[in-house]
Design a protein around this ligand. Sequence first.
Ligand SMILES: NC(=O)c1ccc[n+]([C@@H]2O[C@H](COP(=O)([O-])OP(=O)(O)OC[C@H]3O[C@@H](n4cnc5c(N)ncnc54)[C@H](O)[C@@H]3O)[C@@H](O)[C@H]2O)c1
Length: 244
Amino acid sequence: MNSSKPIALVTGGAGGMGLATVERLARDGFAVIMIDRDESLAKRETQRLVERGLDVQCRVIDLTDEDAVRGLVRSLPPVQALVNNAGIFDERKFLEVSNADFRRAYEVNLIAVATLTQEVAKTMPDGGRIVNIASRAYLGAKNHPHYVASKAAVVGYTRASAMELAPRGILVNAIAPGLIDTPILRALTPERLAAQLALQPTGKAGRPEDIAQAVSFLVSSQTDFITGQVLFVDGGKSLGGSGA
Ligand SMILES: NC(=O)c1ccc[n+]([C@@H]2O[C@H](COP(=O)([O-])OP(=O)(O)OC[C@H]3O[C@@H](n4cnc5c(N)ncnc54)[C@H](O)[C@@H]3O)[C@@H](O)[C@H]2O)c1
């Protein structure tokens, strides 16, 4: 890792939009550390990016392991940009979702975000940037109430963090992706995927690079007056129309 470069941490960086973000931030000039629990994928993708000349490393931990998260951050130099991207998604009917389902979703999608953010913020330089990947679904969606609630909580946590860290010039924003073509969509049956696509005003899913592009903007030094906001990158799904 080139110590003269600013460090970016990207969680869930081995898959989907996290991987696209790792590559994009490395091309933007960051020394990027991807964090993921999938060891073989993380090592393979890191190797692939390093072979392309990019400054990328990986750390394999489960983000719900609080001691591992805090220990990892303490072993690193101060982090300039943190992207809380890792998340889990599954479908449960409203009348069947269990407390365990809610706890699992909150552990990864919210509490792990809060733990990492808190630890990173202790040493983050003034002017640092934090981007949390929420979801368009936080506005409301069927068949995953635990996920919707956890992502609404991420938006709340983003706003709280933005208030807390603004005096240090640290900007905290959320991105709310719509349907993006990544492995997480394997949780949907083909019928449910088709139903989701039918709701997209643009008629198609987004690409991981669409999210990476938005992250790149929010962590850049071009922005220093945007904080506590939610940027929808969703092909217009949040517009709420029926499309008919
Ligand atoms: N794909 C979509 O349509 C979509 C839409 C809205 C929001 N999102 C959100 O975007 C983010 C990224 O989603 P994606 O589609 O790229 O997902 P993905 O499943 O392709 O990738 C997620 C990565 O996070 C890692 N991960 C999950 N839990 C972890 C944990 N506890 N510790 C460490 N690593 C962990 C996984 O190993 C995986 O590599 C998620 O927060 C997701 O909720 C996705």
